[in-house]
Design a protein around this ligand. Structure first.
Ligand code: HEC
Ligand code: HEC
Ligand code: HEC
Length: 100
């Protein structure tokens, strides 16, 4: 019974995090290149593929500064946006940076 209750609590906690995340967009100003919208809806990978010590360790917007140089070196967004797991950063500027 006790284990069952703990299970229910864990389920409730995860459910809340999911609800916060999936429907959410994170908008980066994007320097001179135009704003970048990261959408939870288009990123349905397991949480741990991004929220791991080497990528985005914290579930908190703005905790990890993102630069284009890091992405081009295959870090942060570039750990997937490298032309093999997802479209590459080079040559696809406008798939991330929205022009006004
Ligand atoms: C494709 C990458 C990716 C995946 C997968 C991912 N996240 Fe995130 N998440 C991010 C990024 C990037 C941020 C912003 C972190 C930062 O700025 O350091 C973030 C932030 C968050 C935040 C904070 C939002 C805010 O407004 O501060 C929560 C909560 C969160 N994620 C939960 C989750 C959960 C739960 C999952 C799994 C269902 C998940 N994330 C999967 C990339 C991802
Ligand atoms: C865990 C791998 C992963 C990480 C990390 C990741 N992405 Fe993605 N992203 C994907 C995949 C997979 C797609 C969809 C496949 C494709 O179009 O190549 C995608 C699609 C996108 C799209 C297109 C969505 C649409 O409108 O169709 C944008 C924009 C994007 N990602 C931005 C980002 C940004 C910004 C970051 C970093 C904050 C990031 N991604 C980190 C895997 C990732
Ligand atoms: C996978 C998504 C993605 C792609 C593709 C992408 N960018 Fe970015 N870019 C970002 C994110 C996220 C930031 C961080 C923005 C911030 O923190 O305001 C950024 C930042 C920048 C900046 C601001 C200064 C800097 O160096 O960080 C410039 C300029 C830039 N990108 C240019 C480009 C150009 C040019 C291309 C195409 C060759 C490109 N980007 C492709 C996501 C992307």
């Amino acid at each position: 019974m006790k284990l069952f209750l703990i299970g229910l609590l864990l389920l409730a906690a995860t459910g809340t995090a999911l609800a916060v995340y999936r429907t959410q967009n994170i908008t980066y100003p994007g320097g001179g290149a135009g704003p970048v919208v990261f959408s939870g809806e288009h990123h349905s990978q397991p949480c741990s593929s991004c929220h791991s010590p080497d990528v985005f360790p914290q579930m908190q917007q703005g905790a990890t500064p993102v630069t284009m140089a890091a992405i081009d070196q295959g870090k942060l967004c570039g750990s997937c946006h490298n032309g093999s797991l997802a479209f590459a950063s080079q040559g696809n500027c406008q798939r991330c940076h929205q022009q006004q």
